[in-house]
Design a protein around this ligand. Structure first.
Ligand SMILES: Cc1ncc(COP(=O)(O)O)c(C=O)c1O
Length: 354
């Protein structure tokens, strides 16, 4: 068929992102916040949304919202850009930064969209395995920097799926050696209680990504890119004019209006994470790794494909991650509310071989 000949070969060859959709299950696979907005707050949000002029485009570039978020993150308003989720901002980065130096470097395993988007936007991808402690292999990364001069290096802090923070000294060493931009993706930073944002004052080849997806507003698709003004000005030319729709802009304002509410959910999730970790530790054959995020990565002493399927049969979806050679038979599970975590632990106990 003719279409096979005209699809970009690299896109044709890659499998793309697979978002599992199984109706009526406990979703513990996508690192969402398990708590939804309750009444009366929900009503307040919907009232604001009902005042939208649906026949009009959203506010282009959302300058007021940018101002508010700039204050929230403690940066200048020209240093911030809003995206339709941080996925869109990753795409904008991969489309824009391709001067004389080429390619995107990612540690593995990490958030799969970095590679997918890099390939889709015509970049070479350099993959450098994490070390046995899931930290960055700084020497190997520096070797690749010297050989391939990547325009972009993506570092997820905390990293998904492993849940740990990379060593700050290694991150800084990589920033210093990088000829291009280092992107620190802080999608899960709230759950670690740490941010590297102050490093923006020290290095100008640094960009941060943030998102509201893990903090209770995944449906609204709101991501933030923060970096030096000169780069942000260039990236902003690639952003589509109305990339953040009116509903999402209202939701972003709402997040700041009720920030304390969302912060208390983060605290609650951190408590549940520690309980879930202890519960997983007690199951023979399951080895959970300490997490600074809203999910826990664990290895199984048995076939994780089978565990995954049996959990689905029990009504629970987790992320099955078979990452040979270092991480075969691994699973990433999102921290749920107490009931969801208890259901997971109960189901896991019943499906692991005795
Ligand atoms: C590390 C990391 N960055 C970015 C994203 C995407 O976030 P968004 O929903 O804002 O596109 C995810 C989503 O799972 C993620 O794990």
């Amino acid at each position: 068929m003719i279409w096979k000949n005209i699809v970009n070969r690299k896109i044709f060859e890659q499998s793309g992102y697979f978002a599992q959709e199984i109706a009526g299950v406990i979703k513990m696979d996508a690192n969402e916040n398990p708590f939804t907005i309750q009444e009366p707050l929900k009503r307040k949000l919907l009232e604001k949304m009902s005042r939208i002029d649906f026949n009009r485009y959203p506010v282009a570039g959302a300058p007021e919202l940018r101002n508010r978020y700039a204050k929230y993150f403690g940066v200048d308003k020209d240093m911030i850009m809003l995206g339709n989720g941080s996925d869109e901002l990753i795409q904008i980065l991969c489309m824009t930064l391709k001067g004389k130096i080429k390619g995107v470097l990612v540690p593995v395993p990490t958030f799969s969209m970095y590679k997918i988007i890099a390939v889709n936007t015509g970049n070479n991808v350099i993959e450098v395995p994490l070390n046995k402690k899931f930290d960055l292999d700084c020497d190997a990364i520096v070797d690749q920097i010297k050989e391939n001069f990547p325009a972009l290096i993506f570092l997820s802090c905390p990293n998904s799926p492993t849940g740990n923070l990379f060593s700050r000294a290694k991150i800084e060493a990589i920033i210093k050696k990088s000829p291009g931009i280092v992107v620190i993706d802080e999608a899960y930073a709230a759950f670690s209680g740490q941010t590297l944002l102050p490093l923006l004052k020290k290095y100008d080849n640094l960009i941060f990504l943030k998102t509201l997806s893990k903090l209770g507003l995944a449906s609204m698709r709101l991501g933030f890119l923060i970096g030096n003004k000169e780069i942000v000005a260039q990236l902003d030319k690639v952003r589509l004019p109305y990339n953040v729709n009116s509903l999402s802009q209202i939701a972003a304002d709402f997040f700041l209006d009720y920030h304390n509410e969302f912060s208390s959910q983060v605290k609650e999730i951190i408590k549940r994470r520690e309980e879930l970790y202890l519960g997983l530790q007690k199951i023979a054959g399951i080895k959970p790794f300490p997490s600074q995020a809203n999910f826990i990565f664990f290895s199984c002493a048995f076939d994780s494909d089978r565990i995954y399927k049996q959990l689905v049969a029990e009504g629970i979806v987790v992320k099955n991650l078979n990452i040979p050679p270092h991480m075969p038979d691994c699973v990433r599970v999102t921290v749920g509310n107490r009931k969801e975590n208890d259901s997971l632990l109960r189901a896991l106990k019943s499906v692991v071989p005795q």
